[in-house]
Design a protein around this ligand. Structure first.
Ligand SMILES: [Zn+2]
Ligand SMILES: [Zn+2]
Length: 145
């Protein structure tokens, strides 16, 4: 989707189009993946849809959205299995607004340990407040009936 006139273009849209110097570790017609520029863990990838979807709040219980998130999760798992097979623990999930940093949907794929350790607070679920939602939990929420 094109950025509205006058608005600065979305950085993640530019990355998805390959128009930045960011290394894409995975790319297909639906998603791309790259390393978080400010990693919180031993390995930390972001998997984003090529299409501009702002946040998890814009996802609905429908096949299309379920398929997209499931694909993002599979890409994240594949990258970490390849890049951090020795890690004992992996985390996959999304920040829910207002705790998201960039308004372009992105799956955090983390191979632990968190570095430094206090970074784990950023990836904690805050119950009814929201915070971080595990990818599997989001999939449960948008699984078509
Ligand atoms: Zn975007
Ligand atoms: Zn984030």
């Amino acid at each position: 989707m094109a950025a509205a006139a006058g608005r600065p273009p979305c950085l993640f849209c530019q990355i998805a189009r390959g128009s930045t110097s960011t290394d894409l570790h995975y790319a297909d017609e639906m998603v791309v993946a790259f390393r978080d520029i400010n990693p919180s863990a031993f390995r930390h990838y972001l998997v984003i849809p090529v299409e501009h979807i702002p946040t998890v709040k814009h996802l609905q219980r429908r096949t299309e959205d379920y398929h997209l998130v499931n694909h993002m999760l599979n890409v994240g798992k594949t990258l970490l299995a390849r890049d951090a097979p020795e890690s004992m623990c992996y985390r996959y999930g999304f920040h829910q607004p207002p705790f998201n940093s960039v308004d372009h949907l992105h799956l955090h794929s983390l191979a632990l340990p968190f570095i430094p350790r206090w970074r784990q607070v950023k990836y904690t679920t805050l119950g009814p407040l929201g915070g971080f939602i595990e990818a599997e939990k989001l999939l449960d929420k948008i699984r078509p009936v």
